[in-house]
Design a protein around this ligand. Structure first.
Ligand code: PCA
Length: 192
């Protein structure tokens, strides 16, 4: 089984992104029967979609787990929905600030995760990791990348499972070791 695990580069003038740090800390050696392909996506409305399409085509994963950082959360947020909308108050890393634009002009309004988000939340709960199901991944680049991934999988017509998970920032309450533990549990929970 092959998992494509993505994180994002830093954005908004910050030096690090907890999703990039966590993706880079996951080792294939931690799992006997799972191959992990790690990649870091650009925080770019326009470039992240193409990057996601190419990654899915090139790596042919069974499961896609996309990670991003949310500055506003103090728990792991498992995202149920990606919506066909880009809107931002702050520019992305290319200096682009969309104003209520569609991601795919003739695409559907939204996609749901193709993995049971409650199952993932329960797995984290059972391991003492604070987590919740979220019904909005926002309208910034994470939602755009998630929507593009689900759209591409839908067009391909393949049985690829995909989910997006927002991580808190690295802090005393959320050291990298705790984020890593959470992501390892998510990987195990998506095992086919
Ligand atoms: N978080 C942003 C984009 C990149 C990231 O890690 C978001 O929530 O959209």
């Amino acid at each position: 089984m092959r998992i494509l695990l993505t994180g994002f580069e830093p954005f908004g003038g910050e030096a690090i992104n907890s999703s990039q740090e966590t993706v880079n800390a996951v080792s294939c050696d931690d799992f006997d029967d799972i191959e992990i392909v790690h990649r870091i996506l650009p925080v770019s409305f326009k470039r992240s979609g193409k990057a996601v399409y190419e990654l899915i085509d090139d790596t042919e994963p069974d499961v896609v787990i996309m990670l991003g950082q949310s500055g506003k959360t103090d728990c792991i947020k498992i995202e149920r929905i990606a919506v066909n909308m880009m809107d931002a108050k702050k520019p992305d890393n290319d200096g682009y600030t969309p104003d209520e634009e569609s991601i795919i002009s003739d695409g559907p309004s939204a996609y749901f995760s193709s993995i049971s988000v409650k199952h993932l939340r329960n797995q984290l709960d059972e391991n003492g990791i604070p987590a919740k199901v979220s019904n909005s991944a926002g309208l910034y680049v994470c939602n755009t990348a998630y929507f593009n991934a689900l759209h591409h999988i839908s067009i391909l017509g393949k049985e690829i499972k995909a989910v997006f998970v927002h991580l808190p920032k690295i802090s005393e309450q959320w050291p990298l070791s705790k984020l890593l533990k959470a992501v390892k549990q998510l990987i195990l929970a998506t095992r086919l």
